[in-house]
Design a protein around this ligand. Structure first.
Ligand SMILES: O=C(O)[C@H](O)COP(=O)(O)O
Length: 344
């Protein structure tokens, strides 16, 4: 007898018993959908071939045997809800994007966890990034809790050809959640939940936050500052090392994002230089030596395909080479074709 116990984390539901330590469901796939009066969790138990659904309405979990079909004129791969496709649904796109240039990037200041907005150039970078990924399905967005990552995600989505509306899911209180309910299933289908998580924030730069990078190097020496910025396990004064940042960012990724990819959801993550470096270290299985030389530019999206439990790096989609990205999986190619048909 399988029992699902749910707890709410940053607006999503997770099934503890369905996820093993590595964040991968060992019993089967489940998907989470938002409905006017609550959240519906569809569970396919692959070991027993048993399909059912569980509905959570404002804290009450109710079991039912039927699921409400969702019609989407351009089904993203994950919305293809047939029995067969659920079996094959362990394939999804993952887009990572470092925020565009911030006001403190421009001034060359250590920023870390200080909440600083984008510059005009950063806004333009985010829009450009959105163009580069405008044909890739996005079902769910994760951002850090910092405005520069959230601005980047929102601006990028203004360019998406599917024209779904990103909506921030707040986890402030039950009342705040109730007050932000949407009462149209059609509108829900035309929206993308955005989940903000502090665990994806930039590494905490300790006593360097707000200091000028060049002046700090002049004062403490170039080598020392390079060690603070790029070593794996040496933290800046009273700050986080990359290793410490990885502990929270990768744990969040495994616990909250990987299960979504496993259920076929296409995910975009808008975050920061160091939280993304640590996630890429996990995805690409880099050593602590290799990650040292990994540098991420602002506003450049990176695409991964999650397939058969593995992450395959596909580079950064740019117009001329984009076809190659789509040819990579049949489901992405089909998505692109349907999108073209609908929009032309
Ligand atoms: O927090 C900062 O200052 C930057 O976003 C990342 O800085 P770094 O390149 O020094 O790690």
């Amino acid at each position: 007898m399988a029992t699902a116990v749910f707890h709410q984390t940053a607006g999503t539901l997770q099934s503890r018993q369905f996820i093993n330590n590595s964040g991968v469901s060992d019993l089967g796939n489940f998907s989470v959908r938002l409905f006017p009066r609550g959240v519906k969790v569809d569970i396919r138990l692959s070991k027993r071939g048993n399909y059912g659904s569980v509905e959570r309405k404002f804290g009450v979990i109710q079991a039912s045997t039927s699921s409400t079909p969702v019609f989407d004129p351009v089904s993203s791969p994950s919305n293809d809800n047939t029995h067969e496709s659920r079996k094959k649904s362990n394939e999804a796109a993952l887009i990572l994007i470092r925020h565009g240039e911030s006001l403190w990037n421009e001034k060359n200041l250590f920023t870390g966890c200080v909440d600083v907005p984008l510059t005009k150039k950063g806004v333009e970078e985010a829009i450009e990034a959105g163009k580069r990924i405008s044909n890739i399905p996005v079902d769910l967005i994760f951002t850090s809790s910092l405005i520069r990552a959230q601005m980047t995600a929102m601006l990028a989505m203004t360019q998406h050809r599917r024209r779904k509306v990103p909506i921030i899911i707040r986890n402030e209180s039950d009342q705040a959640r109730t007050w932000s309910q949407i009462y149209s299933e059609d509108t829900i289908k035309q929206s993308i939940p955005v989940i903000a998580a502090w665990q994806l924030n930039e590494r905490m730069y300790g006593e360097l936050q707000g200091l000028n990078k060049q002046e700090t190097a002049d004062r403490f020496g170039k080598e020392k500052v390079h060690e603070w910025r790029r070593s794996y396990d040496i933290p800046p004064p009273n700050g986080e090392s990359l290793e410490m940042c990885a502990q929270r960012a990768v744990a969040y990724f495994k616990q909250n994002i990987e299960p979504q990819l496993l259920s076929g959801k296409n995910v975009m993550i808008a975050a920061h230089g160091n939280s993304l470096r640590s996630i890429i270290m996990y995805l690409d299985q880099l050593t602590s030596q290799e990650v040292i030389s990994l540098e991420l530019s602002t506003g450049i999206p990176m695409l991964y395909i999650f397939k058969e439990g593995k992450f395959i790096r596909r580079g950064s989609p740019v117009a001329p080479t984009e076809a190659g990205v789509y040819a990579y999986t049949r489901r992405l190619a089909l998505y692109r074709q349907k999108l073209d048909e609908m929009l032309h």
